[in-house]
Design a protein around this ligand. Structure first.
Ligand SMILES: [Zn+2]
Length: 852
């Protein structure tokens, strides 16, 4: 049997979390924090999620430790759905041949973690609707070993035994399974402060069952898109999807007067029932838990070696050997009884490791004082301790941690702390890409910010027993305990991309140099000045932070664009997973803080997870910055998303009073694509005084309540239109008429028009056509489904006739992650397109060769 635990991610801008994967032949386990960016790191490391059945979350249940979890679930659910569909195909074939179905693989996921785990998951019910993945959260709300004499694990399966160690500033209640003896109840007043009476306990249990039911429905529901219920129109509760049967008996969407209106006809309609989990308006209350979860994990002990010689000497017949190894006694010579201990070597302890997660300094003492660390029975076989530490905790300046390590000097201490691990580029592919693009056009593609030195050094004295964790480092548990460094990911050689550029793409460099000359020519500058003399705020900077579609991919992160308008502030348009990390890579930790100090609003176009899973951590970072107390951050979104942001605050501090919920509502109760939204600011708010432009939006054809937005800045008239995901929208084109900047999705190239229609996205030409109708001056296309970054070919006809183009001075560019583009410099950027095209074609060729 081969078993090993491998460091998958260490904290860096690419993922603030550290996580480990435990491998057995039959399945995998994840341990640690599943922070934002974890999944993208796995893509880069070629670590597959497919065999994961258990995730053990360490630390506190907050966004910092779990921000990447929902993305992982969605990917797993889609993987399972795909394999279920494959299986169904196989079964259909078998049935057609008159054979029986093959057995289906039970696909389920167990999530283990501390208080608020289920609540945290349930907050996502408005946007997670999957059917294929039964998720079983196992939230540990009590202390499984408040009785110090207990040494049994609280989780066990065929591979491992796990001791969960909840750590809290105040002691926790004993486990529910332990008898509530009066003595235990007197553990201290603080311990039972949260739920003192039997009635409170019963209520807590009932609340938890509601949350569990919600989570069950999110991932595994019998809900069916095709189930329609017939009822009177006047009885329909909005919002709901309403259909009617037309004269031919066909079902079509109903678009008549609302059920609540006086002109509501007395007819029967068909209503699609809402997703069950989405029906729960409000979750039972909870509050952020000041706790952390740590683990001790061990393989099962193995039986000792069977001594053939001794057994033969005792007269055991060969056929009884197996019975002895199975623990049975057998007859020996002269009627004696031979017991297993007479012929078996001593039991071999299972090897294991511990995870000590310290999310904030107050937990250091309670963690180090846990009795498990001094229990020889539990600690037997533990060779490694992984220390997951938050920003403000370093080993070098904490005497308690150092003393603890020295007291456990036979154990290797591996430190996975953001202050201890250098912020090296963890995603080599996009970093390499960006460095090469910097070699072509440094103005538009500044180098990413990274650091190969840790922010804090490890103490010399600890060097023999401690080290800073490196991704890929393996600790093998079986067949024998040893460290394996073969897979350790070397620190990226950031000079190599430049060497590759010079070696493989010299033509790209030649073209870049030609472009540099061209844009420096006085005639070019005069021409630029003339054609865009009326373009307001040319210094406005556009920074695409994520330009991919659906899932974080190798080269493109999920949707997010930062816009920085001089004199106004910064705005984030959609905020996909690890937008904060992309900001950190782009501007550095301190630079990103400066950008965030200017942040005035985050706009979320729709509830697909790839457009908003990064919002919570951006807000969390924003509230930590020293800003005037009256400074507000606007969240511009539909009511469902606002509800999510409000609800997540029961498990994560976000300074809710400083958030300004600018809600985009349907005026009729039905967000029909093509209708305008009503933008409501909280009472008494003057948007302009808060640095907010005029916000206008409309519903677009994509998913329920998807919107597109137009921001107009009153002083200069600067108009920015952003589409999110959608089919082309005439209303949006009208709303954005005369936009100086249009950011439009173009998920598919023109030949995939069918996909665009089916998946409710736009093709390249459709996006350009919206720009033409809008008479947009600068168009930046984003949200690509392609595997490698490339420059698609523009169908010039989609931009309009020659005359039209002549009359409106239009420029089109394609967005890349971490590009920095000024509104007034599209023409300069365009001059480098031939060089970029050359570079990307070369890159694609190399990628294909690598894959072969
Ligand atoms: Zn979408």
């Amino acid at each position: 049997m081969l078993a090993y635990v491998q460091i998958v991610s260490v904290p860096s801008a690419d993922t603030p979390g550290a996580c480990l994967m435990l491998h057995f032949d039959n399945r995998r386990y994840l341990f640690g924090r599943i922070a934002e960016g974890t999944q993208r790191t796995m893509v880069q490391r070629k670590v597959s999620l497919a065999k994961i059945r258990d995730i053990f979350l360490s630390g506190a249940i907050d966004w910092q430790a779990t921000g990447g979890l929902l993305g992982v679930f969605l990917t797993l659910a889609d993987l399972k759905a795909a394999s279920a569909a494959d299986l169904e195909q196989v079964n259909a074939k078998l049935r057609s041949r008159g054979k029986q179905d093959t057995k289906s693989v039970p696909a389920q996921l167990n999530i283990h973690g501390g208080k608020n785990l289920v609540h945290m998951l349930a907050t996502a019910r408005r946007f997670i609707l999957r059917k294929a993945l039964p998720v079983h959260p196992r939230e540990l709300r009590h202390d499984p070993r408040s009785d110090e004499s207990k040494a049994e694990p609280d989780y066990e399966d065929e591979n491992i035994r796990v001791w969960s160690i909840p750590v809290s500033v105040t002691p926790l209640k004993p486990s529910a399974s332990e008898p509530h003896s009066p003595k235990k109840r007197k553990l201290g007043p603080a311990s039972d402060a949260e739920a003192e009476s039997e009635q409170d306990l019963a209520e807590e249990e009932a609340d938890q069952r509601i949350r569990e039911a919600v989570v069950k429905d999110m991932f595994c529901s019998k809900w069916n898109l095709d189930t329609l219920r017939e009822m009177k129109l006047k009885d329909v509760q909005l919002p709901a999807k309403i259909f009617i049967r037309n004269d031919q008996g066909h079902i079509e969407p109903y678009d008549g007067p609302d059920p609540s209106s006086s002109s509501c006809p007395d007819i029967n309609v068909l209503v699609r029932l809402p997703w069950p989990a989405a029906k729960i308006e409000r979750l039972p209350p909870t509050s952020p838990a000041q706790r952390s979860m740590c683990y001790i994990v061990k393989c099962h002990p193995r039986r000792g070696k069977f001594n053939v010689e001794a057994a033969t000497k005792l007269g055991v017949v060969k056929t009884d050997f197996k019975r002895l190894t199975m623990g049975q006694s057998v007859p020996g010579a002269d009627g004696t009884i031979v017991t297993p201990d007479m012929v078996m070597g001593a039991q071999i302890d299972g090897r294991g490791f511990a995870i000590l997660d310290i999310p904030f300094p107050d937990l250091i003492d309670p963690l180090l004082q846990r009795h498990e660390w001094s229990n020889p029975e539990i600690m037997k076989g533990i060779d490694t301790m992984y220390w997951i530490l938050s920003d403000d905790i370093t080993v070098s300046n904490d005497d308690r941690v150092q003393q603890f390590m020295k007291a456990h000097a036979s154990i290797k201490h591996i430190i996975l702390g953001s202050a201890m691990c250098p912020n090296v580029p963890g995603l080599e592919s996009p970093t390499s890409q960006l460095i090469k693009m910097n070699g072509i056009d440094p103005q538009r593609f500044p180098l990413p910010v990274f650091d190969t030195k840790p922010r804090s050094d490890l103490d010399k004295e600890l060097e023999p027993i401690a080290e800073v964790g490196r991704p890929g480092l393996q600790y093998q548990l079986a067949p024998r305990a040893t460290f394996i460094t073969d897979g350790v990911v070397p620190v990226m050689d950031t000079k190599r991309p430049i060497w590759e550029l010079m070696t493989y793409a010299p033509q790209a460099l030649e073209r870049a140099s030609a472009a540099r000359n061209a844009i420096a020519a006085p005639s070019f500058l005069t021409e630029v000045e003339k054609s865009q003399h009326d373009l307001p705020s040319p210094e406005t900077e556009i920074v695409p932070l994520g330009t991919g579609s659906a899932m974080p991919s190798k080269y493109r992160n999920v949707s997010a664009t930062l816009i920085r308008v001089p004199g106004w502030g910064s705005y984030i348009l959609d905020c996909g997973e690890n937008t904060l990390g992309q900001l950190h890579r782009c501007f550095g930790y301190e630079g990103a803080d400066e950008v965030l100090k200017d942040l005035r609003a985050i706009y979320i176009s729709h509830l697909h997870a790839d457009h908003h899973l990064g919002t919570v951590s951006v807000i969390a970072r924003w509230r930590q910055l020293s800003l005037p107390a009256d400074r507000k951050l606007a969240i511009i979104a539909t009511p469902k998303y606002q509800d999510f942001v409000r609800e997540v605050q029961s498990v994560q501090h976000l300074s809710g009073e400083r958030l300004l919920h600018v809600t985009l509502r349907s005026t009729s109760g039905r967000p029909m694509p093509g209708t305008l939204t009503k933008t409501s600011f909280p009472d008494g708010v003057d948007p302009e005084a808060l640095g907010l432009p005029r916000v206008e939006a409309c519903f677009v054809d994509h998913c329920y309540e998807a919107t597109a937005v137009v921001l107009t800045f009153p002083d200069t008239g600067l108009k920015i239109a952003y589409s999110g995901d959608c089919r082309p929208s005439a209303t949006f084109a009208e709303l954005g008429r005369g936009a100086h900047l249009l950011l439009h999705e173009c998920t598919f190239e023109d030949e995939l028009g069918g996909d665009a229609l089916a998946k409710k996205h736009s093709t390249l030409s459709e996006a350009l056509d919206v720009g033409r109708q809008m008479r947009a001056r600068r168009i930046l296309l984003t949200h690509f489904s392609q595997r490698y970054p490339k420059l698609p070919v523009i169908n010039e006809a989609a931009l309009g006739t020659e005359e039209e183009k002549e009359s409106r001075d239009v420029d089109v560019l394609f967005a890349f992650d971490m590009m920095r583009l000024k509104l007034g410099e599209f023409k300069q950027a365009k001059a480098f397109l031939p060089a970029l095209r050359e570079l990307l074609q070369e890159g694609e060729k190399q990628e294909e060769e690598d894959e072969e």
